[in-house]
Design a protein around this ligand. Structure first.
Ligand SMILES: [Zn+2]
Length: 183
């Protein structure tokens, strides 16, 4: 495996198969090098069952939005008595059904917490909709606060989050001021 194809992406266990461009973005086709895995239910060695394409929006590179086309591996449990028929690989780039990579969510959340930016500006940079950014940031902010134990006894936090949403107009172009309420 080319060191460059792994190092350029910067996600352990995933490599770039090809790079292309569109008028709007840099497109990286990526996949894991995983060749063996166990069934999460019974632990038997699973057999390959093809791949499923997953499209993710990553952090911008060279001034352009970046799309990852992840050929996500599908596995099938070899035990006919196991209730788990097939399952897909789970990896660091993004959680199930995510539209943004995990590091794009971290970037957007950190940017809103620390700098004068807006959800709409981040959405433009990442090449996604306002709601895609905000939904991911809200989940990440809630996770961070919960993990830090700061949600205990703070009933108003949810109100602050929903209050920010309620104040947004239909276009969402008002810069969010969430650092004082969420972080
Ligand atoms: Zn199984």
């Amino acid at each position: 495996m080319s060191v460059v194809r792994v190092a350029l992406l910067g996600v352990e266990g995933i490599h770039i198969n090809s790079v292309s461009t569109s008028s709007a973005a840099l497109i990286l086709r990526v996949e894991t090098g995983e060749s063996r895995t166990g069934c999460p239910d019974c632990g038997d060695i699973a057999v390959g069952h093809g791949r499923r394409p997953v499209r993710l929006h990553d952090i911008p590179c060279f001034g352009r939005p970046v799309r990852l086309l992840w050929a996500k591996r599908v596995w099938r449990c070899a035990d006919p008595d196991c209730p788990r028929a097939t399952f897909t690989e789970d990896h660091e780039p993004a959680g199930p059904r995510a539209k943004l990579t995990a590091r794009a969510v971290v970037l957007a959340t950190d940017a809103l917490a620390r700098f004068d930016t807006s959800v709409s500006a981040l959405a433009h940079q990442l090449g996604v909709s306002w709601h895609t950014v905000w939904d991911a940031v809200r989940a990440e902010a809630t996770r961070r606060l919960g993990g830090a134990g700061r949600l205990q006894g703070v009933d108003a936090l949810g109100v602050d989050i929903e209050g920010e949403l309620a104040q947004l107009g239909p276009t969402g172009y008002r810069p969010l001021r969430v650092r004082d309420t969420l972080f």
